[in-house]
Write a protein that binds this ligand. Structure first.
Ligand SMILES: Nc1ncnc2c1ncn2[C@@H]1O[C@H](COP(=O)(O)OP(=O)(O)O)[C@@H](O)[C@H]1O
Ligand SMILES: [Mg+2]
Length: 268
């Protein structure tokens, strides 16, 4: 594969990432060992941003695949396509990443069916190979190739979980919402609001996170706080911004909406 192919997956500009614990050093060491890494944590807490930042820092191409339940092994590995000259093989994103030496990020991997997930097995152990059965080729992964998956333990159910034989191929990095101080800094930066507005948004989020398991499946994510801040910095009044970005997406239950609206009103 050419340099052009590789370069198009390089991240040109440093992504804004605020470290929360020692995750940068831990990831770097895991990458140096080419250890497959699993990022665990609730939605919207910074997992995707972190991978983008690490790919930039390491200077490696990044290929991201958003997993879903309709995804098949062929969607990852590749398939024969028909064109005017007959059939032509087209590599899937996992194969491209293995050939180029990219970091392959499988986002929300539990969404994929288990028979899809097993295709990553030979890439995650000493073999570092990917058999393209339909094509009759064994791809040897480029030395720079690494696989990263993300998953949200909160959504786990017996039906939807990774097999132990898959899980135990990865080192795990736990992600959670940052401390109030760091999260306010992120909101102020990403949403372009002043520090005091950012702090209030974070306080509201903390109230909602305490309701997790008490009527809410999840609290307000960092992502939603960024949305609210962005609306406020567009000139929208904070209460309307909070209703649109923080309360609406979280619940349809009228009582819970009242509870969350009340939390918003204590701060704005
Ligand atoms: N540690 C962080 N540093 C910088 N931005 C962050 C951080 N955590 C969250 N964010 C912000 O929150 C948004 C959502 O994060 P994202 O990485 O997409 O979440 P996830 O992949 O965990 O669902 C990002 O676009 C970014 O604006
Ligand atoms: Mg993500």
């Amino acid at each position: 594969m050419s340099d052009f192919d590789r370069d198009q997956y390089l991240i040109q500009q440093e992504p804004y990432y605020c470290p929360v614990h020692n995750e940068v050093a831990m990831y770097q060491a895991a990458y140096d060992a080419r250890m497959p890494v699993m990022l665990k944590g609730p939605t919207g807490c910074g997992k995707t941003r972190f991978v983008e930042y690490m790919a930039w820092k390491l200077g490696k191409p990044l290929i991201t695949v958003a997993c879903n339940e309709d995804m098949t092994a062929s969607d990852l590995v590749g398939r024969f396509l028909l064109d005017i000259n007959g059939t032509k093989w087209q590599d899937g994103p996992l194969t491209v990443a293995a050939r180029l030496g990219a970091i392959c990020y499988l986002d929300e991997v539990v969404e994929a069916r288990q028979d899809t997930t097993v295709v990553i097995h030979p890439l995650t152990d000493h073999r570092r190979t990917l058999p393209l059965e339909k094509k009759g080729e064994l791809v040897e992964a480029h030395p720079d190739f690494q696989i990263v998956i993300s998953y949200n333990p909160g959504y786990q159910s017996l039906m939807k979980d990774l097999k132990q034989s898959t899980k135990q191929r990865f080192g795990a990095l736990d992600f959670d919402y940052p401390t109030a101080e760091i999260e306010s800094e992120i909101i102020a930066h990403e949403g372009k609001v002043d520090k005091s507005t950012a702090e209030k948004l974070v306080q509201i989020a903390h109230r909602s996170r305490n309701l997790k398991g008490h009527g809410l499946d999840e609290g307000m994510s960092t992502r939603l706080l960024v949305y609210a801040a962005q609306l406020i910095s567009q000139g929208i009044d904070p209460q309307s911004a909070a209703r649109m970005a923080l309360v609406g997406p979280l619940t349809d239950d009228p009582d819970m909406r009242d509870t969350l609206d009340a939390a918003v009103n204590t701060y704005f």
